[in-house]
Write a protein that binds this ligand. Structure first.
Ligand code: NIG
Ligand code: FE
Length: 389
């Protein structure tokens, strides 16, 4: 049995509102004990018991490891040129995805896995202890399957996104591509995936095509996630709610009906402010969603086109500054919210029984994540009580 403890935590953000103050369930001068990688006890430093390995946090803030529930880390090449021209006025469109598809198809399996590992390591250094990884830049049976095999080298939370866009070779017969995704591609990919995702958007797939692909994926036992309402206000959010998707992501352009539908559902709205930052878009209405009672997560959307960042601290800062969440709400969305988006009850919260995924800050409070944007504040990262950073 291995017993690890952290004591003299100046501000412990449990992300369990029932455990302490505010949405983050904050405890002060607190301590945590983990047994065999799971949290066994949370309490005041004055009651800190004997442990095998003790970490004296000397007043620092600690919080759950970030749960980044939306990443696209399996790809080759970059799109700095596209970003540059966007910053001088060219609008973002879904079509840019095809540039990365060409580079990804030309890359070796080793190169794809190395890229995913590089981004996972970068995310870990910034406090991400769980990440989701999508395919979606292969768009052939072989390239989607090997993308998921590469994704599996960095996480168990893998998502089949063969329905990212219609690849160029199917441009004049998109329904044949939908047939391929529902048939042979899904058969090859389902064994390597926990989730399936569809990009519902002008230039990608419509709601009828998406429904077919999501139904096929569900039949194969995959959980559902959806990219919707990123560039335009369509019916994607309604479809995600109707189909009981675990998460609908982006949600930048929402109607009142969309918000009402989300509020009455178990579908998490996973917001990706990095995409809005990097495409110079308006931001998703996080404040309205939160106030309506929708479960909100925030994620990086790390990908080479619309959001080439792995930084969850940056997402917290953007959610606060640009989307109207308080720092406590934004950190909750980046931890507990991400865990709910992945339908996980073992991560995202510091409470007895949960995996001991914790991070420490070189700061006395979680507020500093938004107050000191761009500063590398994450000073320690533990997954299942093992120190990784
Ligand atoms: O989530 N929206 C669709 N997919 C990605 C963008 C992919 C790309 O531009 O390469 C996203 O933003
Ligand atoms: Fe995405």
């Amino acid at each position: 049995m291995s017993v690890v403890g952290w004591t003299r935590i100046g501000e412990l953000c449990t992300a369990d509102p029932a455990a302490g103050e505010g949405p983050l369930g904050i405890l002060r001068d607190a301590a945590v004990v983990a047994v065999d990688g799971r949290v066994a006890w949370v309490g005041p430093s004055s009651d800190f018991p004997d442990v095998d390995v003790a970490h004296d946090m000397a007043g620092a803030a600690m919080l759950p490891g970030f749960v980044d529930a939306h990443m696209h880390p399996v790809f080759a090449g970059d799109r700095a040129v596209e970003f540059d021209s966007r910053m001088t006025g060219t609008p973002y469109s879904a079509g840019g995805i095809r540039t990365t598809v060409a580079a990804t198809r030309a890359a070796s399996d080793e190169a794809l896995a190395a890229n995913a590992a590089r981004l996972a390591a970068e995310a870990l250094r910034q406090g991400t202890t769980t990440l989701e990884a999508k395919s979606g830049y292969g768009l052939t049976v072989h390239d989607e399957a090997r993308s998921l095999i590469a994704a599996r080298t960095v996480t168990d939370e893998t998502t089949f996104l063969g329905a990212h866009v219609v690849p160029a070779e199917f441009a004049d017969r998109p329904d044949d591509y939908v047939d391929l995704v529902c048939g042979e591609m899904l058969d090859a990919c389902a064994p390597h995936a926990r989730w399936a995702d569809v990009f519902i958007e002008r230039g990608a797939f419509d709601v009828d095509q998406a429904r077919r692909m999501l139904e096929a994926a569900e039949t194969k036992g995959l959980g559902l996630r959806v990219h919707a309402n990123q560039l335009t206000q369509g019916d994607g959010v309604q479809l995600a709610v109707e189909m009981g998707a675990a998460s609908v992501d982006h949600c930048t352009h929402l109607s009142d009906d969309d918000i009402e539908a989300l509020a009455g559902s178990r579908t998490v709205a996973t917001l990706v402010p990095g995409a809005e930052f990097s495409t110079r878009s308006t931001y998703a209405p996080a404040r309205r969603l939160w106030d309506a009672g929708v479960t909100v997560a925030i994620a990086s959307d790390c990908n080479p086109g619309s959001s080439y960042t792995t930084s969850m601290p940056l997402m917290v800062a953007l959610a606060v500054r640009e989307m109207g969440l308080s720092p406590a709400e934004a950190v909750w969305a980046a931890t507990a919210g991400g865990g709910m988006s992945l339908r996980r009850d073992d991560i995202g919260v510091i409470a007895p029984g949960r995996r001991a995924d914790l991070i420490s800050l070189d700061a006395p409070s979680h507020v500093h994540l938004a107050y000191r944007p761009g500063v590398p504040l994450v000073s320690g990262v533990w997954r299942a009580a093992d120190r990784l950073v």
